[in-house]
Design a protein around this ligand. Structure first.
Ligand code: NAG
Ligand code: NAG
Ligand code: NAG
Ligand code: NAG
Length: 365
């Protein structure tokens, strides 16, 4: 059995080979999730969209392939236990939402649960939070995924609303109820990058079944829903027990609010903040601890920083951030989407699906 880490690292590190055809980076569709309905109904507007329905047969097959290649056999009985009493093991509203998605897609609940765990633990690659010369905070992220091909067609944005108001927005995939990228308007923005976790399946499942720890993506969604400021978000993301290590990259709505939280399971190991007054006007995280050199075979940090330095603080905005996230290696053939956010200007948030054949062009949004 391959470890997912090894597999995805290998995939993430493949050198980029580009063909120069027409770029077709495309903004993703956006839906409203009405939090005032039952959890089973939350994702129906996405799932019932005919464009998404057309992708479900492919999704079914890919889910099976992914589970076969990622999940160790000894984890399957634990997954069955989890699935058989989801409400006991997962916080509201996640269990109900997964049931609703299983019902709507015809994919069995056990597979939906596994899919949510698998995505949770394999999110590469690059996140940047920067402050421009006027003091506005920008947050950009690329999400690279080894099994990315089928994900591009089911990538969506969701505005989670209550009483007709957007409480928070995320970029997600059909079937995935957590959040790896999201924004609380006028509060904060957050993205998740994977951190080395070794053999995580068994540890993760045991922690979940003992109800000792959260999935990273659940914690992000709960934080988006409940934390009403950057500081509260940092606190919660830094100190809530998790099933595996991870990086949280957080941007705020006020000057100097930007940080990379390096997490192990129990707590933050390090909180690295921007410090524009002293010249550190951005923080950039890939999948390696910022105080260590990235490995030569997977250095996305150096090209990313070079592009940030060349762009400069005066010129950082949504489109130049997109350009930085389009330089070779930072953008690679596993990049499924690029998202740009700014908590103080929530209308800026958008997500573009990145198609490998478009990636030489690095188009502007
Ligand atoms: C499953 O879908 C059917 C048909 O759309 C619906 O009537 C039923 O209420 C759904 N069940 C759940 C648990 O959501
Ligand atoms: C995914 O979407 C693209 C662009 O719309 C389309 O060309 C492609 O055929 C789709 N893939 C599948 C498997 O449907
Ligand atoms: C980018 O600029 C920072 C600050 O001046 C510097 O420490 C870093 O080495 C530069 N990195 C690259 C790759 O240019
Ligand atoms: C973003 O900055 C670039 C470089 O300074 C500039 O050319 C572009 O017009 C700006 N775009 C917006 C939308 O402000």
């Amino acid at each position: 059995m391959w470890s997912s880490r090894a597999l995805l690292l290998a995939l993430c590190a493949l050198s980029v080979s580009l063909s120069l055809t027409v770029a077709r980076d495309a903004p993703v569709k956006r839906y409203v999730v009405d939090l005032d309905t039952a959890p089973e109904e939350h994702f129906l507007p996405i799932c019932q969209d005919p464009d998404i329905q057309a992708m479900i047969p492919m999704l079914k097959k890919d889910v099976k392939d992914m589970i076969t290649s990622l999940v160790p056999e000894e984890a399957l009985p634990l997954l069955d236990v989890l699935t058989s009493d989801l409400d006991q093991y997962l916080p509201h509203p996640f269990a109900g939402e997964m049931r609703g998605i299983a019902n709507c897609t015809g994919i069995n609940l056990g597979e939906i649960v596994t899919l949510n765990l698998a995505y949770d633990l394999t999110a590469f690659c690059t996140s940047i939070v920067a402050q421009d010369s006027k003091g506005t905070i920008w947050h950009g992220r690329n999400l690279d995924y080894g099994f990315g091909d089928f994900l591009r067609n089911i990538t969506v944005m969701a505005d989670f609303q209550t009483k007709g108001q957007t409480l928070y927005t995320t970029t997600t995939y059909l079937g995935y109820v957590g959040a790896l990228t999201g924004q609380r308007p006028n509060g904060f923005t957050v993205s998740v990058d994977e951190r080395d976790q070794g053999a995580w399946w068994m540890n993760a499942l045991e922690a979940l079944l003992n109800r000792q720890a959260s999935l990273m993506s659940f914690l992000v969604r709960e934080t988006l829903a409940e934390a009403d400021s950057y500081d509260v978000a940092i606190e919660r993301l830094a100190y809530t027990p998790l099933i595996a290590p991870v990086y949280f990259i957080v941007g705020g709505a006020n000057v100097a609010e930007g940080a990379v939280i390096t997490r192990d399971r129990t707590s933050a190991l390090d909180i690295w903040t921007m410090n524009p007054a002293q010249g550190r006007w951005y923080v950039l995280e890939t999948n390696y601890d910022h105080w260590e050199e990235p490995p030569a075979h997977d250095d996305r940090r150096t090209p990313g920083m070079k592009a940030m330095n060349t762009t400069g603080q005066d010129a950082i905005n949504a489109s130049s951030m997109f350009q930085v996230l389009s330089v070779p290696k930072v953008l690679n053939r596993h990049t499924t989407y690029t998202a740009i956010m700014s908590a103080a200007q929530p209308q800026v948030y958008n997500t573009w699906v990145r198609w490998p054949e478009a990636q030489a062009a690095g188009q502007k949004p």
